[in-house]
Design a protein around this ligand. Structure first.
Ligand code: NAI
Ligand code: MG
Length: 359
């Protein structure tokens, strides 16, 4: 048996525990089929942690994450805590955990499953073969720069400052090059170098380190053009790397190519192999407790963990193949079903995928 990997499992609230339960079944099946070993430990987080511990991110949960090889997160949030003060809101725990774990990039794959092409608002022939990843810088840029309000000559003014240093750019661009290497070896670096100084620094940095990755084909794309090309030729992208705000917008645009939020996985990475993996969707309070949530986003987040943190590409492929097989056979949860009366529940979908995982 390979060395045992420690996974901190943080289910959160709403549909979090429901979809995480299915992902844990996938972990167990992977152990049986591939002989990998996982040790899971559970921690409280979000609304449940507020209720039981008086804070969205208890120290013991953070300690659990820090000693793990990877974190698997469900979702947090809900109307019950919406009117709490900032430090007692589940979302504050999300920002806190990313910061405390030094996670500086957010990775979002957008993959089209051929049998779900109809779920998208784009034409099937445009989407055909789309399989891309957006790598977004998470800790710098205009969201974190100095902000101020002041009285100007024409009334009140507001200022947001965008700052990037060379080291922040280099570490995420290197990470994106490395990810491209494990895929189709194409990297699109997105900036606004015709206007912004931070973007010029970004582009210079990319060009300086590109010779270290001669096997990866690099293109520079201006952000406004990228927004257009994502709708026009999504299948031509492999890995897209960009700064925080551009990445925030482009990753949401890319997500919508696929049609359903219940299908989208994500990772947040720092230095080294450690990563936090979670579905893109939230806690879906409107359907929580009904057993109808789509577990596929969380299950695909496990596959992403296998690829990016553990290098278990065989098991990752097996999970992705199992998902495809189950969808191709026509099984659907409510969010992706055309005929809602035939939709299956969270557990049934999880069981079908688990049963389809093989070498
Ligand atoms: P949401 O993603 O929870 O739900 C949006 C819509 O998509 C809802 O109609 C929901 O039923 C549906 N949906 C989401 N995931 C689904 C799944 N797996 N299967 C089937 N349908 C699914 O976003 P919303 O409603 O804006 O936020 C709800 C709560 O979640 C809020 O408190 C928000 O702050 C929090 N949130 C947490 C995130 C996280 O934990 N990373 C991310 C986004 C929102
Ligand atoms: Mg966003």
């Amino acid at each position: 048996m390979a060395d045992v990997k420690k996974i901190a499992v943080i289910a959160g609230d709403g549909i979090g525990p429901e979809v995480i339960a299915e992902a844990e079944k996938v972990l167990k099946k992977t152990e049986e089929v591939f002989g990998y070993g996982f040790e899971t430990e559970h921690g409280l987080f979000g609304g449940i942690a507020i209720d039981e511990k008086g804070t969205p991110l208890p120290q013991e949960t953070l300690d659990l994450c820090k000693k793990a090889d990877a974190v698997l997160l469900g979702a947090v949030g809900g109307p019950k805590w919406d009117n709490n003060s900032k430090e007692l809101r589940p979302e504050t725990g999300l920002l806190g955990i990313r910061k405390a774990l030094g996670l500086f990039s957010n990775i979002r794959p957008a993959v089209i499953f051929d049998c779900l092409k109809d779920a998208s608002t784009l034409k099937p022939e445009v989407l055909e073969g789309t399989d891309l990843i957006v790598v977004r810088e998470l800790t710098g840029g205009i969201y974190f720069g100095e902000k101020l309000r002041r009285e100007g000559a024409h009334g009140e003014e507001a200022v947001d400052t965008c700052v990037y240093n060379v080291q922040e750019v280099e570490r995420i661009v290197r990470q994106a090059f490395e990810i491209a290497r494990t895929r189709r070896k194409k990297l699109a670096s997105v900036d606004k170098a015709n206007v912004l100084e931070t973007s010029r620094l970004w582009r210079e940095t990319v060009n300086r380190i590109a010779p270290d990755y001669p096997d990866v084909e690099l293109e520079h794309v201006l952000v406004d053009n990228c927004a257009m090309q994502l709708l026009r030729r999504p299948s031509s992208f492999d890995v897209i790397v960009t700064e925080n705000m551009f990445g925030d917008i482009l990753s949401d645009e890319a997500a919508m190519l696929t049609g359903s939020i219940g299908m989208l996985s994500s990772a947040s990475l720092g230095e080294g192999a450690f990563g936090l993996y979670e579905p893109v969707h939230g806690s879906a309070p409107d359907i929580a407790g009904q057993g109808v949530a789509n577990p596929i986003a969380t299950i695909l987040s496990v596959a992403l963990m296998f690829r990016l943190t553990f290098g278990y590409h065989d098991a990752a492929e097996a999970i992705e193949r199992a998902v495809k097989e189950v969808l191709d056979a026509g099984h659907r949860t409510g969010d992706i079903a055309v005929d809602k009366s035939k939709a299956i529940g969270t557990t049934a979908m999880g069981d079908l995928i688990v049963n389809a995982i093989r070498k």
